[in-house]
Design a protein around this ligand. Structure first.
Ligand code: BT5
Length: 274
């Protein structure tokens, strides 16, 4: 397994021709890159400050869930942004990060990378006869925002990716995979980082006007056109995932014909075998 730590120098060098990044903060380990980015935002750090950690000891997912980023093998990064965007469009940041990351991973590995509503980066594998194709999680996105008087004060887009992570011992994460596991060899983390930041920068430059963003994201959503179950707290909606609206909500055609708009939930593919 490749567990080489990176360094500030190596990261800065690999991003040298991507004009977007204005400051890089590298830590060999820290709690959560999103937390450090938030602290830097409060101290006035500029837009496009990149925080990168070789290991996170308290990486976070949504709803206070834990995100595992073991040393020297994963990507854990946060981008501090100060978007000129109406807060109602905040979800565009997660869509953008999803599309950019999927495009970047596909470019580096040639694997067919998909997104999974609302914030996952996944690999879809060949279906077993008669069953929905299995979806394996390669990474996740955690977008956090701070608003003041109807505008963004700042936003933080956190991206966690299993690049060379060995999930062999994590039997509690049966639907997780890594690029190394799928490629059968380690993948250069700097190459992945460079591709992700490059794709993100290109799309972020036009975030307010990018009319293809929702379309490109929808086209990559593993769950669309499939029978799904969306669960959030006590509520369960089952049906056909028909699309996503402008605000990123999932539109599910329930079994009784109603179109239900789902804002926040965990979605699983529904097993429709008799
Ligand atoms: C996510 O949450 O998928 C968002 C993860 C974002 C992580 C990045 S790393 C950089 C930045 N700093 C942070 O502190 N966070 C961001 P969610 O959809 O809630 O999924 C969390 C669930 O994924 C967990 O409850 C586990 O089941 C599973 N999980 C945890 N670690 C995993 C891993 N390394 N690979 C695959 N699945 C994992």
């Amino acid at each position: 397994m490749q567990t080489e730590p990176l360094s500030l120098d190596a990261i800065v060098r690999s991003l040298h021709d991507i004009q977007f990044v204005r400051r890089v903060e590298y830590r060999s380990f820290l709690g959560s890159t999103n937390d450090l980015a938030r602290q830097l935002a409060a101290e006035g750090a500029p837009e496009a400050t990149l925080v990168f950690a070789d290991e996170q000891t308290a990486g976070r997912g949504r709803l206070g869930r834990a995100w595992w980023s073991p040393p020297g093998t994963a990507i854990a990064l946060s981008l501090l942004l100060r978007p000129v965007l109406a807060p109602v469009h905040a979800y565009r940041l997660t869509m953008l990060a999803g599309v950019a990351t999927a495009e970047a991973l596909e470019q580096v590995t040639g694997l067919p990378i998909k997104c999974k509503w609302p914030n996952d980066i996944v690999l879809e594998k060949t279906p077993v006869a008669g069953r929905q194709p299995p979806v394996f999680k390669l990474g996740g996105i955690l977008t956090e925002t701070s608003l003041s008087s109807q505008a963004f004060d700042f936003a933080i887009v956190g991206i966690g990716l299993n690049v060379n992570v060995d999930l062999g011992d994590r039997t509690d994460l049966p639907e997780a995979t890594s690029l190394m596991q799928e490629m059968g060899r380690p993948v250069d983390r700097l190459q992945v980082l460079r591709a992700v930041v490059g794709r993100f920068a290109a799309r972020y430059a036009i975030i307010a006007t990018d009319e293809r963003l929702r379309e490109d994201w929808s086209a990559r959503l593993a769950t669309l056109g499939r029978q799904v179950v969306a669960r959030h707290q006590e509520s369960v909606v089952a049906g056909l995932a028909e699309g996503v609206d402008e605000s990123g909500a999932l539109l599910i055609r329930a079994d009784d014909g109603r179109l239900v708009r789902v804002d926040a939930a965990d979605v699983t593919l529904r097993d429709t075998r008799p």
